[in-house]
Design a binder for this molecule. Structure first.
Ligand code: SAH
Ligand code: SF4
Length: 407
C-alpha cells in the first residue's frame, strides 16, 4: 500500500461556509469552475492574472472582471492565504513565518536573502514520516500533507509580507527562488507539491523559472524519476552517509531505497548536466560520517553524476543524539571534495538571532497527530528505533541558507 494513499492527504478545503478557495486550483480546474458559473473561458486568464500576478485577495477589487461576475464569484469562492501566526526577522535579513492553515495546523516558512537572490523555503507536510535520526521534524509524527494551495500559499504570504506584488521580473524580484526544504518530505506529497510548483511556474502568474526552484528529498527513488520527467526542477538529495549500513541507521528511508538505487536515480535525473547539477546535502556528524575515508568514499559514490555538495553543520536540538563535527574536520572534508573537483561550500547558519524563537513557536498541529507507528507503517518503513520527542512546529535545521546557493 503506498504512503500517498494512506496518510490524511488534504484536498482543497472548502471554507466552513462552503466557499471554494481559488488558490491551489490548476488553470484547468479554474476554467471548469468558471464554466460551471456560466463564464467564458477567457475569464480564466483574467482571474489567474489577478490571483497570481497581482496577488489580489479581494475579489471585489478585480476590476477588469464585470461587477456581476465578481459578485457571483465572491458568493461561491474566496482567495485563501495561510495566516501568519508569527513572524520574526533576523538582523541578517532572514525572515521566518509560522503559517497557520484553516484547520489550525501550522508550518514554518523562511525567506533567506543573499547577494544575488532571495530564497523562500517552503514546507510540504505538517511533520514528516521519514524519522531521520538527526532531524527535529523527523521526531514529529506526520499530521497531514499540505494541499497545493497551502504550499504555493506560503510563497504568496511571503510575497504579501514584502509587498512584492504584482509579480516582478526575474531580475528585480526580492523573492527570486523557491526551495522546497522546509518541514516534510516533498516526494511523499508528490501531487500537491507538483501542482503547487506548476502554479508558481506559470508564466502569466508568479512566473518562477524552474531553474530557480530546488526540491530537496531524503531519497524517494521512484518519485525522483517522476519528478525529473514531469517537472524538471533542480534536485537536492539529503545523502548524509556513504554506506547503506550507516544510512539505514540514520535515514530509515534507505532500507527501502538503498544507496545504489538512489545513485542510479540521480544519475538518470534528466536535468543533471554540467549546467544544472544535483546538490548532495551532507550533514557533518561528529565521529559518525565525517572522516577522510568518508569523504573519499563519497567521491567514489557520486562518480559520473554532475553534482556539487553542500556540507551542513549539524544543528543540535534537545534530545538529539549527535554532535556537529569540528570546523577543522569539516574543512578537511571539504578539501578532499574540492580536490576531486567538486564544489562543497559549508552551509553557514543564517538568522541565528531568531533561532531561539524557532523552538518556541508552538504548533497546534500536534494535537491531531497520527501515531508514529501508523505513520511509519503507512510509509512502508519498519519502526525499530526509539526516537526522542521534539518540540513541534520547527524547521528541521537552522536556516537552509547554503541550499539556496544551488544554482
Ligand atoms: N525532507 C527533505 C526536505 C526537508 S529537510 C529532505 O530531507 O531533504 C531539509 C534539510 O535539512 C535536509 O537536508 C535535512 O537532512 C537537513 N536537516 C535535518 N535535520 C537537520 C539538523 N538537525 N541539522 C542540520 N540539518 C538538518
Ligand atoms: Fe523528514 Fe527531511 Fe527531516 Fe528526514 S530530514 S525527517 S525526510 S524533514
Amino acid at each position: 500500500m503506498s504512503f500517498v494513499e494512506t496518510v490524511p492527504t488534504a484536498s482543497a478545503q472548502p471554507a466552513s461556509d462552503g466557499r471554494i478557495d481559488l488558490i491551489g486550483l490548476s488553470r484547468e480546474e479554474l476554467g471548469a469552475l468558471l464554466a460551471s458559473l456560466g463564464e467564458k473561458p477567457f475569464r480564466t486568464k483574467q482571474l489567474w492574472h489577478w490571483l497570481y500576478h497581482r496577488g489580489v485577495t479581494d475579489i471585489g477589487a478585480m476590476t477588469t472582471l464585470s461587477k456581476p461576475f465578481r459578485d457571483k464569484l465572491a458568493q461561491s469562492c474566496f482567495v485563501g492565504r495561510p495566516r501568519v501566526a508569527e513572524e520574526a526577522t533576523s538582523g541578517d535579513g532572514t525572515r521566518k513565518w509560522l503559517m497557520r492553515f484553516a484547520d489550525g495546523n501550522e508550518v514554518e516558512s523562511v525567506y533567506i536573502p543573499e547577494d544575488d537572490r532571495g530564497s523562500v523555503c517552503l514546507s510540504s507536510q505538517v511533520g514528516c514520516t521519514m524519522t531521520c535520526k538527526f532531524c527535529h521534524t523527523g521526531t514529529q509524527m506526520l499530521v497531514r500533507n499540505l494541499t497545493a494551495g497551502e504550499i504555493v500559499g506560503q510563497f504568496m504570504a511571503a510575497r504579501d509580507s514584502y509587498g512584492e506584488w504584482p509579480s516582478p521580473t526575474d531580475d528585480t524580484r526580492l523573492l527570486s527562488n523557491i526551495v522546497v526544504m522546509g518541514m516534510g518530505e516533498p516526494l511523499y506529497n508528490y501531487d500537491a507539491v507538483v501542482k503547487a510548483l506548476t502554479i508558481a511556474m506559470d508564466p502569466e502568474g508568479i512566473a518562477m523559472s524552474r531553474r530557480r526552484i530546488t526540491l530537496s528529498t531524503s531519497g524517494v527513488v521512484p518519485m525522483i524519476r517522476r519528478l525529473g520527467h514531469e517537472l524538471d526542477v533542480n534536485l537536492a538529495v539529503s545523502l548524509h552517509a556513504v554506506t547503506d549500513e550507516l544510512r539505514d541507521r540514520i535515514m530509515p528511508v534507505n532500507k527501502k531505497y538503498p544507496l545504489a538505487e538512489l545513485m542510479r536515480a540521480c544519475r538518470e535525473y534528466p536535468p543533471a548536466s554540467n549546467a544544472r547539477r544535483i546538490t548532495f546535502a551532507y550533514m557533518m556528524l561528529k565521529g559518525v560520517n565525517d572522516g577522510e575515508a568518508d569523504a573519499r568514499a563519497l567521491v567514489a559514490l557520486v562518480k559520473g553524476i554532475p553534482c556539487k555538495f553542500n556540507l551542513i553543520p549539524f544543528n543540535p536540538w534537545p534530545g538529539s543524539a549527535f554532535a556537529c563535527s569540528e570546523p577543522r574536520t569539516i574543512a578537511r572534508f571539504a578539501e578532499i571534495l574540492n580536490e576531486a573537483g567538486y564544489s562543497a561550500p559549508v552551509r553557514e547558519a543564517r538568522g541565528q538571532d531568531i533561532l531561539a524563537a524557532c523552538g518556541q513557536l508552538r504548533s497546534a498541529s500536534m494535537r491531531e497527530r497520527l501515531s508514529r507507528h501508523k505513520a511509519r507503517v503507512a510509509a512502508g518503513i519498519e519502526d525499530d528505533h526509539p526516537h526522542p520527542r521534539r518540540q513541534p512546529g520547527t524547521l528541521p535545521f537552522p536556516i537552509p541558507e547554503g541550499a539556496s546557493r544551488d544554482q
